[in-house]
Design a binder for this molecule. Structure first.
Ligand SMILES: C[S@@+](CC[C@H](N)C(=O)[O-])C[C@H]1O[C@@H](n2cnc3c(N)ncnc32)[C@H](O)[C@@H]1O
Length: 156
């Protein structure tokens, strides 16, 4: 099982997902860094601050997980050997409680504002939804990440 973050927009969310991935035992995580969150700032102080923040925000997880940047997500997905499983805020998607995970699945998380774009949804083999009960129509991406990953790894 592997993980792909598609165009995260906020460093705290991205850091939190890296931290959770490492906590759950993943040795690598793919990131399509469309918003340049992984790019080091140009000046020296900015770079030092960012390195410090990367360690603090991920609680040291960055030292134990490989972060693999994806430049062309469509090609990456077309060539990916396992199922591509998108997490979608869509009640027509399969509900998490009944979804059958497979050990070769790639779980894909969308960006905070826009989720996954249509050209990526087209390439999915399956899509999964955490059903809404209250009035708030979706979860924070990093919160949904923890729920999906915990459920997926315990069921394969
Ligand atoms: C804040 S949501 C995106 C909201 C966006 N307006 C949309 O409708 O796709 C950001 C990401 O968190 C994940 N997510 C949040 N709530 C979810 C839910 N209830 N079911 C499945 N994925 C969810 C998905 O990966 C989603 O792309």
């Amino acid at each position: 099982m592997e993980l792909l973050l598609y165009a995260p927009q906020y460093r705290p969310n991205m850091s939190s997902m890296i931290r959770s991935a490492e906590f759950f035992g993943f040795s690598r995580i793919y990131i399509y860094d469309h918003n340049q969150l992984l790019a080091p700032p140009k000046n020296k102080k900015g770079r030092a601050d960012m390195e410090h923040l990367a360690r603090v925000w991920t609680a040291g997880a960055v030292d134990h997980i490989e972060i693999i940047k994806i430049e062309d997500p469509a090609t990456f997905l077309q060539q990916y050997p396992g199922r591509k499983v998108g997490t979608l805020v869509d009640d027509q998607a399969q509900h998490l409680n009944t979804f059958q995970w497979q050990s070769e699945d790639l779980i894909i998380f969308g960006s905070e504002k826009d989720g996954l774009p249509p050209e990526i949804i087209e390439l999915l083999d399956a899509s999964v939804y955490i059903p809404q009960v209250g009035h708030t129509n979706c979860l924070n991406v990093a919160v949904s990440f923890g729920i999906f990953v915990q459920q997926a790894i315990r069921s394969v």
